[in-house]
Design a protein around this ligand. Structure first.
Ligand code: SF4
Length: 248
């Protein structure tokens, strides 16, 4: 059943609705398949035998659009009831570098954009002043697409409900390097529960893509001393991308 629909009953109009959902989902699968993106992605791969893809699809824009259409007015978890907007993530569909954070905050929820506000500005500085890339050339997104109330931590069932979307986004963009921001971004990508203080700076892997876990910009706003560690992590990211490291 598509997101946003109530549990179907047995009436004729409800059966029509279910049929329409199935047809829409079939079109979504067809679109993903035509652009080389496997669905369902990693989380349900074992059950379906869907293979992981190791190359960027021919048309990442179309693949991302298909993910957005499948998301629709998603109500797969309780966060739907408190959000103002779905924050899909934004940037270059052909980005070499993808940043994954935790969830939208108040400003993101208002604007429908990931990483705006003070933490977003700091991320922009990391990208533009540190990495010397344009923010528009990378992809920035979150595990959860809807804001948790009072910015509380994501609940496991919310992460499970939302993760097929992020898995499909990563498969659509297929960046050369992923950066996990903060413990939630790092834990999701690396499938570990190790503290971020131990993870950061060590390159891991997600479906064959190198992953750099590092501190979340919101943490850096409270703990500016962590910026030097993040800069060390970003130097590794530049090396992984084959880009020049300032000062080397
Ligand atoms: S957080 Fe994800 S799964 Fe939950 S309602 Fe929003 S888009 Fe759907």
């Amino acid at each position: 059943m598509s997101p946003g629909k109530a549990e179907p009953g047995t009436g004729a109009s409800e059966r029509d609705e279910v049929l329409a959902d199935l047809l829409a989902h079939g079109r979504f699968l067809g679109t993903l398949s035509s652009v080389g993106v496997a669905w369902p992605p990693a989380g349900v791969e074992a059950a379906t035998g869907a293979p992981a893809v190791s190359q960027r699809p021919e048309d990442p824009e179309k693949a991302l659009q298909a993910v957005r259409e499948e998301m629709g007015d998603c109500r797969r978890c309780r966060l739907a009831s408190g959000r103002k907007t779905i924050v899909f993530g934004q940037g270059n569909p052909r980005a070499e570098l993808m940043f994954i954070g935790e969830a939208p905050g108040a400003e993101e929820d208002e604007q429908g954009l990931a990483f705006v506000g003070r933490a977003g500005q700091l991320l922009t500085d990391i990208i533009e002043k540190g990495l010397r890339m344009r923010r528009a050339d990378v992809w920035i997104g979150n595990i959860l697409k809807c804001r948790p109330p009072q910015n509380r931590n994501p609940e496991p069932d919310e992460v499970i409900a939302c993760q097929p979307f992020l898995e499909a986004q990563i498969r659509a963009i297929r960046p050369r390097v992923l950066v996990g921001l903060g413990k939630f971004g790092a834990h999701w990508l690396l499938k570990t529960a190790e503290p971020i203080t131990r993870l950061r700076g060590r390159v891991g892997e997600y479906e064959g893509i190198p992953v750099m876990p590092t501190y979340h910009p919101a943490y850096l706003l409270r703990n500016p001393a962590g910026k030097k560690d993040v800069w060390e992590d970003m130097k590794v990211v530049l090396r992984l991308l084959g880009r020049p490291v300032p000062g080397e």
